[in-house]
Design a protein around this ligand. Structure first.
Ligand code: WQD
Length: 326
């Protein structure tokens, strides 16, 4: 099959492209390079520079490359930015997806994998979040991901498109230093920022109802996540008419304090964190139930938090150009 991978020049997308081609699939990257880097697209994989809001450009790419499936990762993903720029987020993440789906269904593409997020759940009050846990997103970002899932399922049902919505939990790590996340908006890169500046990392709140008082999350290695996309793509291809919604995590909770301790230990630092007030909107605990992904895809994450930290740190130590936009 030939897969159009939107956002394939981004941090997660570049890993998905490599996982797909490594598994013998053909890939074409579609990316507007607003945050993606052309250097991340492997030799031999065509790069089409364009926005998913440009339906004609998408339609041409689908036809020219004989695309049979789409993995859609191109999106805006800063939660705080989405609060101040909700219309921009709805245009990019919802309207961009609607235009893409219009072109995809007109072109007769059979399979569609959507990059969704645990942000659709908001602040789930359960030990393990299943796909049946109510979706109550807290930010415009989370809303656009949930609306995106609705669009994908509705368009899939109407057009006979097989679909999978993958709800990523907290993604970290890198396959290689040059593929590491260049953003600094998540916990592990933010700890690195502080430590390399000679400053203590910040804990946002240590009075949560968790074992050590800090927030608990489900961190998943980006290489495991990329492999989940391959498994989803194959599952859609082998059984048309599917409509999958799956959590993609490890099913294990790690606290902020535990992450900081492991970063200190693995990077040769010894800086205890300082505690700041809670960050508004942060849930105490978000950990995935991963049973459905195991049953439906035969996929399970294999890499642990130490792998995520050491591979991300190797990327941090390697000088590379920053993305054009934060
Ligand atoms: C993790 C924990 C912070 C920095 C976000 C999005 C989610 C998804 C992943 C895209 C929280 C704490 C952080 C720091 C800290 N994004 N923290 N000190 O908020 O779980 O999820 O990214 O799809 O939708 O909401 O991830 O990495 O920002 O924070 O104490 O310097 O680390 O408060 O508890 P989050 P995060």
């Amino acid at each position: 099959m030939t897969w159009l991978i939107t956002g394939g020049a981004g941090y997660i997308g570049a890993h998905v492209v490599r996982a797909m081609t490594g598994a013998g699939e053909r890939a074409v990257v579609y990316d507007d390079l607003s945050t993606g880097l052309a250097d991340r697209v492997p030799d031999g994989v065509p790069l089409v520079v364009g926005s998913t809001l440009d339906g004609e450009r998408v339609a041409r790419a689908l036809a020219e490359h004989g695309v049979t499936g789409v993995v859609h990762l191109a999106a805006r993903k800063q939660v705080a930015e989405s609060v101040s720029l909700p219309l921009y987020y709805y245009r990019e993440n919802v309207e961009g997806l609607r235009v893409l789906l219009d072109a995809v269904t007109s072109a007769g593409v059979r399979s569609f994998v959507l990059s969704s997020s645990a942000a659709v759940y908001g602040t789930p009050d359960v030990d393990l979040v299943t796909e049946e846990t109510p979706c109550l997103p807290l930010s415009p970002y989370g809303e656009t991901k949930l609306a995106g899932e609705w669009l994908v399922r509705a368009a899939g049902r109407a057009a006979g498109l097989s679909t999978a919505c993958l709800r990523y939990f907290n993604v970290a790590g890198a396959a290689r230093p040059d593929l590491a996340d260049t953003g600094v908006s998540n916990l592990i890169p933010m700890i690195f920022e502080k430590l390399t500046a000679g400053l203590p990392p910040h804990v946002f709140g240590d009075d949560y109802p968790t074992p050590d008082g800090t927030c608990v999350r489900d961190y998943v290695h980006v290489v495991d996540l990329a492999e989940a996309h391959v498994a989803a793509a194959r599952a859609l291809h082998s059984a048309p008419g599917r409509d999958l919604t799956l959590n993609i995590g490890r099913g294990e909770g790690v606290s902020v304090r535990e992450v900081i301790d492991r970063v200190n230990a693995l990077t040769g630092h010894d800086r205890p964190p300082t505690v700041s007030p809670r960050r508004p909107g942060d849930p105490a605990r978000v950990v995935a139930s991963v049973d459905r992904a195991a049953t439906e895809l035969g996929w399970k994450a294999r890499r642990g938090i130490d792998d995520m930290i050491t591979s991300a740190w190797a990327g941090r130590l390697r000088p590379h150009p920053p993305a054009p936009r934060a």
